[in-house]
Ligand binder design. Structure first.
Ligand code: B12
Length: 222
């Protein structure tokens, strides 16, 4: 079965809100080796999520978006053993630490969650602080974890201001306390605004697994 066929089957199950069969389909394909994590994330789950469109007058759409996202979230969590199993295929790091999170009021978490798994595949130790995390808590996590990379995910354009404040504070403590970490950003808000990462002072904007792998290789070689 091609990735395109699997995508169609998966979206059909999402539309029927059949969580059991959606999870089963993915796990069977991963177990048989017909599917790998990168194909699943980039060619099936990401387009399935980003293909969701709600029109303003559709009262059935938003709550259904919640249901579908929750099914995708379950699929992601069930896949974690396969993420761990595939680390030897992609490893560039040796347990160096990464923190991934989203600013306050940013409730879109699937992109951030996938990126956390991308870093795991690359051999990093990942601390996923998740959606809607206050700036003070992100700072507390950094003081405790002492990461090599901090990743901030922003989907909604309006949360770029909050992301900018976090990046500004991160850059300040990095300088004041002579810490050695990179600040990377990603997500829909940066895809639509190609200069935004420069304006808020992030070290890099990354979106795909390929971007991450190349950047991680450069950071670790320094
Ligand atoms: C699902 C969804 C929701 C769900 C989210 C549930 C959840 N728990 O995550 C719910 C229903 C809650 C929701 C709510 C809202 N949403 Co919404 N949502 C979406 C939708 C359809 C899919 C998002 C998604 O899951 N994508 C899948 C992931 C895997 O893709 P991704 O985020 O692009 O991530 C990839 C890369 O960008 C990258 N990446 C992501 N983050 C990072 C971080 C780093 C560090 C790196 C390196 C890489 C990286 O890696 C990922 C894998 O490839 C998008 C559509 C879209 N095109 O984005 C709208 C969208 C993001 N939502 C939108 C809006 C407007 C809203 C609401 C304001 C709607 C409303 N009126 O209430 C609220 C806001 C909530 C809030 N305060 O955050 C707009 C945002 C537009 C804008 N202003 O910028 C979008 C674009 C829809 C649209 N076309 O209008 N939403």
């Amino acid at each position: 079965m091609t990735a395109q066929e699997l995508y169609s089957q998966f979206v059909d199950l999402l539309q029927k809100e059949d969580k059991g069969k959606a999870v089963q389909l993915v796990l069977e394909k991963l177990e048989s080796g017909e599917l790998d994590i990168l194909t699943l994330y980039s060619e099936i789950l990401t387009p399935a999520q980003n293909g969701l469109v709600c029109w303003q007058d559709d009262s059935l759409c938003i709550w259904r978006e919640h249901v579908r996202t929750s099914i995708v979230r379950t699929v992601l969590e069930c896949c974690y053993p396969y993420v761990v199993k595939e680390i030897p295929k992609y490893r560039v790091a040796n347990g160096e630490k990464v923190i991934i999170g989203c600013p306050s009021e940013e409730y879109h978490e699937i992109g951030a969650r996938m990126v956390a798994d991308y870093f795991t595949l690359l051999g990093f130790h990942v601390t996923f602080v998740g959606a809607n995390t206050p700036q003070s808590e992100i700072m507390n996590a950094i003081a405790h974890v002492k990461p090599k990379i901090v990743g901030i995910s922003v989907s909604n354009f309006y949360n770029l201001v909050a992301a900018g404040k976090i990046v500004g504070s991160l850059a300040r403590i990095r300088k004041e306390e002579d810490l050695d970490f990179r600040i990377v950003v990603g997500g829909n808000a940066f895809r639509l605004n190609p200069k935004a990462h420069e304006n808020i002072g992030a070290d890099a904007v990354l979106q795909t697994f390929g971007d991450l792998k190349r950047y991680a290789g450069e950071v670790l070689q320094r």
